[in-house]
Design a protein around this ligand. Structure first.
Ligand SMILES: [Zn+2]
Length: 249
């Protein structure tokens, strides 16, 4: 069920134990020279809507929460942001009314890398405050990591930023918003010997055009396959979260 299009009465009728609340979160931030700033929100919405379509009776899909933690993109402009600590608190507060309303199964589906840390902290805080519920979340590309790697033709096999994956998905979903002539690759600038080290470095110091990866390898057809692969991977996970015993995770 789509929360934003439902009446409160219809939402009250949902079986609290058999419904998974899906909360898509994303961002509005610079996406290099060729993609619109709302890319992350458009993409995670597309994924979440398709999962909801398959499991409409047993999911409650919240509107995309589009304000992300994007301070590391500010150097390029075209960026709206919340601070990391603000976002983690907002994510907690976003879901509390639904806990009080009796829901107990939650999946935060993320579409923006900068939200990864606030997402995890928010879930930890929610679990401490409301134990016994199912508090889960991930970025969509992590849940579909293997299928996406197989579909990438460029040297980078994981999601970057305005990369082969995000650009392909946008060419499939909203081609009119992609400035094809402006596509430029941004190869990694991190030393390979330090690849496993998390380095907090803003985009202004780590990329020439605002991307991370190889958007020149993107295509609409690949985007179609990538979207299908992502939805195929997340739908059974959502189904499992609905069926699983609350205390068995
Ligand atoms: Zn992003």
């Amino acid at each position: 069920m789509i929360f934003a299009e439902s009446t409160a009465a219809a939402i009250r009728r949902l079986d609290r134990d058999q419904t998974l609340v899906i909360a898509p979160i994303a961002a509005c931030e610079q996406h290099a020279l060729h993609l619109p700033v709302f890319t992350d929100s458009i993409l995670v919405a597309a994924v979440a809507e398709r999962v909801e379509r398959v499991l409409a009776e047993r999911t409650l899909l919240l509107p995309v929460f589009w304000l992300g933690a994007s301070e590391h993109h500010l150097a390029f402009g075209g960026t709206l942001t919340a601070k990391v600590e603000t976002l983690q608190t907002i994510l907690v507060e976003l879901l509390i009314p639904l806990v009080h309303d009796g829901f107990s199964r939650f999946l935060i589906l993320n579409g923006h890398g900068g939200n990864d840390d606030p997402l995890r902290v928010a879930l930890r805080r929610l679990d401490a405050k409301f134990p016994g519920r199912l508090w889960t979340g991930s970025s969509y590309w992590n849940l579909a990591r293997e299928s996406l790697a197989e579909l990438c033709d460029g040297p980078r096999k994981t999601v970057g930023h305005a990369c082969e994956i995000e650009t392909s998905l946008m060419l499939h979903l909203r081609p009119e918003l992609v400035d094809r002539g402006a596509i430029a690759d941004d190869p990694p600038t991190t030393r390979e010997s330090l690849a496993d080290l998390f380095c907090a470095r803003d985009f202004g110091r780590s990329t020439d055009h605002g991307a991370v990866g190889y958007p020149s390898f993107a295509s609409a057809e690949k985007g179609r396959k990538m979207l299908a692969a992502i939805v195929d991977r997340i739908t059974p996970i959502a189904r499992e979260l609905i069926d699983i015993k609350l205390d068995s995770v």
